[in-house]
Structures are given as structure tokens and as C-alpha cells.
Design a protein around this ligand. Structure first.
Ligand code: GUN
Length: 283
């Protein structure tokens, strides 16, 4: 049986490290990091994520603000809000929760965030610098996955890493971070021969958003399995991942549970990115 990767515990440790640093910054430099989160409309998942982000920010001693706008807000009004936050010296991180209503172009909004305050790592400048292997603010979820791999002593160099899902917020940056650590990376999508690609993976990261898409029988014995999926079961409302957990756990060496695996890491890394933005702003 695979060992479980306790993302909740690792995330708590990351937040504790940040809190210690925040206490020191406040005492020595009088600096308090600030995170502004923008939420539009009433998407229930967004509501849950944003309240989790705000709670975590407050627990580590940040200032935090939630700017909620009705789903009828215009793109121009949202742009004006982002620009105001860009100019506010108390705000070190600006995050616009996705998805946005259909009449708003997320690329326009994301590109309007000052790259230095883009704690999601979604701005084209940060995404581009990641591609080029230059310093960049990195997307929180794949950054959290890299931290989990480190925690279990999994060295990507020379391993076959397979990423399922090519989203801009998880799959693509995930593949690039693994590549940067010298894994041999395959990025799969809906047209890929999944059973055959997955069966070659020493490190498997699944972020497809399809409940139990990856079957346990496909997993290479001894593989490290990271499940980014968060799908709510209609039958009982419970969360399940993109991997058939029980069957995969019988073959993997390590596996993340859903919930309690990758999820808590996303928020912990957002908190760390915000701290780093505040510290950079000092220089
Ligand atoms: N929607 C789903 N995941 C994310 C995320 O990491 N950041 C933002 N801003 N929106 C999201």
C-alpha cells in the first residue's frame, strides 16, 4: 500500500514558516504584508476558496481584503478596481478569483495586475519567465506539488514525469517546473493515449478535472501519484479526485488523498508568494 502524502500537515508547516517571517518583518521593518482578493458573482466554489485564502492570510498576520462585485460588474469597472489595488502601497498581492462571468475576458484582467503583485503567477510576464527558466512568481498549485515531492524525498531529475491536464493554471506550469528540475516530462490532454502514457510515469500529476479519470490499473508500481482533482460527488456531496484512489494506492509508493492532499498546499503557497512580494517591495 502507498504511503499517504499529508498535504494538510505540510501546508500548516509552510504557513507557520511564513508567520514566523511576518512576525520578524513587523518587528524589524514595520512591514505587514497585504493581500487583496477580488471575487465576482456567487460561484459557490469561489466563495469557499476565497474565504479559505482570507482566513489563512489573517492567521499568518497579513492584512487582507475581499473585494466582492456583483456578476453584472463591467470589465471596465473590474479593471479600475485592479488598477486601484496596483497603486495601493498597503497591497502587496492582488488575486482575482477565477472563473469570471462570461462577459469579462480573464486575459485582460490578469494582464492588468502588476506583475510584482501577481501572487497567483498567472500574468503573462510571470508565466513567460517560468518558460524561460528565469526567476518568476510561480503558480501556487504546481508550486505546492513541487514542495510535496520535496517533502517525500522524491527527486525529479532523470524520472519520467507525466502530467495529465494542460490548463494554464496547473498542467502547463506543472510540466515546466518538473522540466526545470530535469524530469523527462510528458504533458497529456484529452487526445492523449492515457493508459499508455500514465503507465510509464514515475511521477504522475493529474489535473484534468474529471472524476476518477485515471484508473488504478494504469499506475506503474512504485509511482508517486499526485491528484490535483477536486470533484464533488453528486450522490453524497463528498470530494473525490481525478484518480481512482483505492486501486491507485495499491500500486503507488506515495499518493495524495483528496481532500487533504494538494488542496491545502495551494493556499499555503499563495501565502508564501504574498510574503515574497512584500519582501521584494521593500528593496
Ligand atoms: N480558480 C481556481 N483556482 C484558482 C487559483 O489558484 N487562483 C485564482 N485566482 N482562481 C482560481
Amino acid at each position: 500500500m502507498a504511503q499517504l502524502i499529508d498535504g494538510k500537515a505540510v501546508a500548516a508547516r509552510v504557513r507557520a514558516e511564513v508567520k514566523a517571517e511576518v512576525d520578524r518583518l513587523r518587528a524589524e521593518k514595520g512591514l505587514v504584508p497585504g493581500l487583496a482578493v477580488v471575487r465576482v458573482g456567487e460561484d459557490p466554489a469561489s466563495k469557499t476558496y476565497v474565504s479559505g485564502k482570507k482566513k489563512a492570510a489573517e492567521e499568518v498576520g497579513f492584512l487582507s481584503w475581499e473585494h466582492h462585485r456583483d456578476s453584472t460588474v463591467s470589465q471596465d469597472e473590474l479593471l479600475a478596481l485592479v488598477r486601484r489595488l496596483n497603486e495601493d502601497p498597503a497591497v502587496h498581492g492582488v488575486l482575482v478569483q477565477l472563473p469570471l462571468p462570461r462577459h469579462i475576458d480573464p486575459d485582460v484582467i490578469i494582464s492588468a495586475v502588476r506583475p510584482e503583485k501577481d501572487v497567483d503567477g498567472f500574468h503573462p510576464l510571470n508565466a513567460g519567465n517560468l518558460v524561460l527558466g528565469r526567476p518568476a512568481t510561480r503558480a501556487c498549485t504546481p508550486l505546492g506539488v513541487m514542495r510535496l515531492l520535496e517533502e517525500i524525498g522524491c527527486e525529479p531529475a532523470g524520472k519520467r514525469a507525466v502530467v495529465v491536464g494542460r490548463s494554464n493554471i496547473v498542467g502547463k506550469p506543472m510540466a515546466l517546473m518538473l522540466l526545470q528540475r530535469n524530469a523527462t516530462v510528458t504533458l497529456c490532454h484529452s487526445k492523449s493515449d492515457l493508459p499508455s502514457e500514465v503507465s510509464r510515469a514515475d511521477i504522475l500529476v493529474v489535473a484534468a478535472g474529471v472524476r476518477e479519470l485515471v484508473k488504478g490499473a494504469w499506475i506503474k508500481p512504485g509511482a508517486v501519484v499526485i491528484d490535483v482533482g477536486m470533484n464533488r460527488k453528486e450522490e453524497d456531496g463528498k470530494l473525490v479526485g481525478d484518480v481512482e484512489f483505492q486501486a491507485a494506492a495499491e500500486r503507488a509508493s506515495f499518493i495524495t488523498p483528496v481532500p487533504g492532499g494538494v488542496g491545502p498546499m495551494t493556499i499555503a503557497m499563495l501565502i508564501r508568494n504574498t510574503l515574497e512580494a512584500a519582501v521584494r517591495g521593500l528593496g
